[in-house]
Design a binder for this molecule. Structure first.
Ligand SMILES: NC(=O)c1ccc[n+]([C@@H]2O[C@H](COP(=O)([O-])OP(=O)(O)OC[C@H]3O[C@@H](n4cnc5c(N)ncnc54)[C@H](OP(=O)(O)O)[C@@H]3O)[C@@H](O)[C@H]2O)c1
Length: 320
């Protein structure tokens, strides 16, 4: 089983297991990212939104300076936030990201969400869905304007691959009607409770790879939509625990390998070195068809990272 995929158009190798950088405290991020690279991670998933890009860059620089890794061996991802979808703002915001990271190109740049919000300065310390007056204001900027500006970043040699995040099938279908550069990747919430097999199969049939986020499901969120509040934690679910015991692994590994062994990229985040290591060890055992069927049977279409008032503070059913 291969431990990387080749992206469409460039053929670039993307590891099936990467490292997520959301919700790592700014002051810890440089050390955490350095330790992740030292532990073997070669894919780093970041975003302007996570407010720690500069520190991610410091961690990468230290690993390169110490000869642990070469720049070309790393696969660095960042994401365009919703307040920079206007064509000139795409480049402006991208330049901030590149400077934050201290790099001269990135491997993959994603549109973080498929809608545009009011402009805020990209150096603003708290990028989010809300404007400077703390209001949620959508902008009339079509995705095709933003995508064209992303394509120009590729033409300029600043980004090797471009992709999308949190798009549903209808949004992908529309994008494919005009995209000069087909998205390399779609990054979405994906775990046994929200398996989305039809979406995954169709998107992959278009040559677009899937990155799964929140592979541990509801375990990681402080607040989940009320409709899913009753759902038991995936991390202690007896079905997952039984499969973990059978393979002599922990539940986290089973949830990650469930995706990775089906050629879906995973990007777990951990600040703990021991978990970094086990989360990376997903191919030294093999889930069998029965394990996969049991995990698939947990699907209840439960989305935890939804744009609802008690999580993101707004009601915007973009996944409907
Ligand atoms: N595109 C998007 O809209 C989007 C949205 C959300 C996330 N993401 C990306 O996806 C990445 C991963 O998602 P996530 O950060 O939400 O959650 P995650 O990686 O699924 O889970 C992280 C949490 O699980 C704990 N953890 C990690 N490994 C564990 C293990 N083996 N056993 C038990 N607990 C474990 C971590 O705690 P410790 O740190 O204490 O180990 C942390 O609290 C993010 O970092 C980000 O890069 C993208």
């Amino acid at each position: 089983m291969s431990e990387f995929l080749n992206l469409n158009r460039t053929g670039d190798k993307i590891p099936l297991v990467g490292f997520g950088t959301a919700r790592i405290a700014q002051e810890d991020t440089a050390d955490v990212v350095y330790t992740a690279i030292k532990s073997g991670y070669r894919l780093i998933d970041g975003a302007l939104l996570y407010k720690n890009e500069t520190e991610v860059g410091h961690g990468i620089k230290r690993a390169i300076d110490e000869g642990i890794v070469k720049r070309e061996e790393l696969f660095v991802i960042s994401k365009l936030w919703t307040s920079f979808h206007k064509k000139d703002d795409v480049r402006r915001s991208f330049d901030v990201t590149l400077k934050n990271l201290g790099l001269d190109y990135i491997d993959l740049y994603l549109m973080h969400f498929p809608f545009a919000t009011e402009y805020v300065d990209p150096r603003h310390p708290n990028p989010g869905f809300f404007n400077k007056d703390n209001k949620f204001v959508l902008q009339r900027i079509p995705v095709h304007e933003t995508w064209r500006a992303m394509e120009i970043l590729v033409d300029a040699g600043l980004v090797r691959n471009i992709g999308i995040s949190n798009f549903n099938v209808q949004s992908v279908l529309d994008l494919l009607t005009y995209a000069r550069i087909t998205p390399a990747v779609l990054e979405i919430e994906l775990h046994p409770y929200l398996w989305q097999e039809r979406l995954v199969n169709w998107v992959k049939s278009q040559g677009i790879e899937i990155i799964a986020y929140a592979s541990f499901g509801n375990t990681v969120f402080d607040a989940v939509p009320p409709a899913t509040a009753h759902v038991p934690s995936l991390m202690t679910h007896p079905t997952v625990a039984k499969i973990a015991q059978k393979h002599n692994r922990n539940n986290g590994q089973i949830l990650l390998s469930f995706a990775a062994q089906q050629n879906i990229i995973v990007i777990p985040k951990s600040v703990q070195e021991s978990r970094m290591k086990t989360n990376l060890d997903l191919f030294s055992y093999k889930l069998d068809a029965d394990d996969i069927e049991q995990l698939k049977s947990l699907n209840i279409n439960a989305r935890f990272n939804d744009l609802v008032p008690n999580t993101f503070g707004l009601e915007l059913p973009i996944f409907e």
